[in-house]
Design a protein around this ligand. Structure first.
Ligand code: NAD
Length: 272
């Protein structure tokens, strides 16, 4: 049903997970319970998604023990800086209503604020104090990664970046591999834009799987952590069924060849 990927701090992260972006607060507890019942053990949240209390309610009303579940949340752009980031983490913990987070990420580097190194130092302190088990980043580009590592000596466990067949992020993935950072793909299905591409359709026909499953399997074979979002029980179950087939090297290459350097979200260098 699910597997685990190792992190550079000795912990591991379940694969795949599911994301809570745009899940309405009053549906979140149900989606969390259904996801856990289907077999997921990784939940990707964020303060800005506005549904952390629903996430917490889902955790409290499931039969799955808390220590089998990996909960990620993120510090939003208006909480950069040492004190603000610490406050943000405490507020997230309070909203979720649990004693610790499995992973806390800096949501965006916001280079024009130029405070992400201070924010990273706050995450290191939170980890050392035991409130957060693992710490990572999201939407960081090479210069941001090199700077936080250079200034603190602490390497993020993962970098959650936009990644799908239209934006394959080969250079950043190679840097992550060199630095020992896990690549986690956000919007892994790329808004469905490549569901009808021949490379995806051919692999789907050969394997008897859906286009979404083929694309998620492509991420898995690249070694990336995936966190697709679905609010339907059938979609959640479909996105978990990734282990009974494999793509050939030619199929992997054909999907990667759909790369057009095309983002669905903002450019991390400009967003704040
Ligand atoms: P996604 O790639 O998971 O796609 C979601 C869309 O695909 C939804 O419309 C859903 O109904 C549809 N879908 C899901 N499963 C399907 C299936 N099996 N068949 C057909 N359609 C299917 O996109 P996403 O939600 O943008 O990204 C996933 C998660 O990544 C988010 O929920 C969030 O947790 C995270 N995320 C992070 C950032 C960031 O800046 N760090 C940005 C965006 C998203």
């Amino acid at each position: 049903m699910h597997q685990h990927l190792p992190l550079n701090d000795g912990h591991s992260i379940p694969q795949p997970g599911f994301g809570l972006w745009q899940v309405p607060q009053d549906h979140t507890a149900r989606v969390v319970r259904e996801g856990l019942a289907a077999g997921y053990r990784l939940i990707d949240g964020a303060a800005i998604y506005g549904n952390e209390s629903g996430l917490g309610e889902g955790l409290r009303t499931t039969d799955i023990p808390r220590d089998e579940i990996f909960v990620t949340t993120k510090v939003w752009n208006d909480h950069h800086g040492y004190d603000a980031a610490r406050r943000a983490a405490h507020e997230s913990l309070q909203r979720i209503g649990c004693g610790y987070l499995d992973c806390l990420l800096i949501h965006w580097p916001c280079p024009d604020h130029d405070r992400y190194v201070e924010t990273w130092k706050a995450l290191i302190a939170l980890r050392d104090e035991g409130l957060v088990r693992s710490i990572g980043v999201s939407n960081f580009m090479a210069p941001h990664l090199e700077r936080i590592i250079g200034e603190t000596g602490v390497t993020p466990v993962l970098n959650q970046i936009e990644l799908h067949p239209r934006l394959t992020q080969a250079d950043l993935r190679a840097l992550h591999a060199k630095l020992g950072i896990l690549t986690q793909s956000w919007t892994p299905l790329g808004q469905g834009k490549t569901f009808t591409a021949p490379a995806v359709q051919t692999a789907a026909a050969r394997t008897g799987k859906s286009p979404a499953q083929v694309i998620l399997r492509w991420h898995v074979q690249l070694g990336c952590s995936v966190i697709p979002r679905s609010t339907r029980a059938e979609g959640l179950a479909e996105n978990l069924s990734l282990w009974d087939f494999a793509l050939t090297e030619a199929e992997m290459a054909a999907i990667a060849a759909l790369d057009a350097g095309e983002r669905t979200g903002p450019d991390p260098l400009l967003f704040s």
